[in-house]
Design a protein around this ligand. Sequence first.
Ligand code: PEP
Ligand code: MN
Length: 360
Amino acid sequence: MENKKEMRTWLDDMNLDHPLVIAGPCSAETEEQVLRIAHELKDTDVNYYRAGIWKPRTRPGNFEGVGALGLKWLQKVKAETGMKTCTEVANAAHVKLALEYDVDLLWIGARSTVSPFIMQEIADALQGTDKIVLVKNPVNPDLSLWLGGIERLYSAGIKNLGAIHRGFSTYEKSKYRNIPEWQLAIEFQNRFPDLPLINDPSHITGNRDMILEVSQTALDLNFDGLMIETHFDPENAWSDAAQQVTPSSLVQIMKDLKIRKESDPEAEYNSELNNLRAQIDVVDNQIIDLLGKRMKVADGIGLLKKEKNVAVLQNKRWNEILGKMVLEGNERGLSEEFILKMFKAIHQESIVHQEKIINN
Ligand code: PEP
Ligand code: MN
């Protein structure tokens, strides 16, 4: 993967020749289920076995996890398969139990990262631990909350830190369960370049058919690893059934992913190029999205104009926009010629839209 790190971290110390893989069921359901999935994963590239035992649910009444009992099952996983284990902790009592049962890696869920009180409580309970602690992004797209959560843990002397990008909830309809907002993850990497960053395509997509595509984007954006929910019978899982994959699908996904090497100059060049192209794709999608939104607003104006029987073309307003945008563009190194061309094209499209509305 891209050579962005300067500090050695717990992840570098693992000396992996592939991205870190965390896999296992969304929830621990029964001892048999936990052990069966673990055995099916043990001879794969999976580095950490996950299973949620305390499950934060949006509405009460859904399966809320097996609780502390599941810690015994995770211990059995370690004893029987040699795999390291991880689970989500959401308060001081969880932390105490997870440490007692020697869970190797703890993660903090999206619903906890949003709350500075909870983050502080967890940080205090973890004080000085050498366990690996990963912080999922908060449910809402707020970079400061995410950074702040990490900082609280760092201040509590927790050195083996990392982050998980699991997407953000949105009011708008989307093909994702939680929209990735990749630019936020890129910004996160810029702020904490040495911190391992893991992608969670399961919670981003909510749909097993999209896991490969999102994982590939993450690797192209220099993520250090993936957390993928895995179950031998995904359809009948007690939580997140639509997004879990079988162990054999996971192995196939790992095979299909294009993982870039950093060894020779040619590969380094390609890796850099892929990274930049992935960033361009993210921005291009945002541009299209914004243009779509702009046209919807223009449609609204068209309706208003129709009601009041006002002409579509409003020259004064249009010249004001152009003048402002030329200045804004200038500040960003965009030529006047380009800004004029682009905004004329956008304006043209708005007029076509409004014409349609007024004459219908
Ligand atoms: C999970 O990993 O199962 C989970 C509950 O994730 P999140 O906090 O991202 O919703
Ligand atoms: Mn889940």
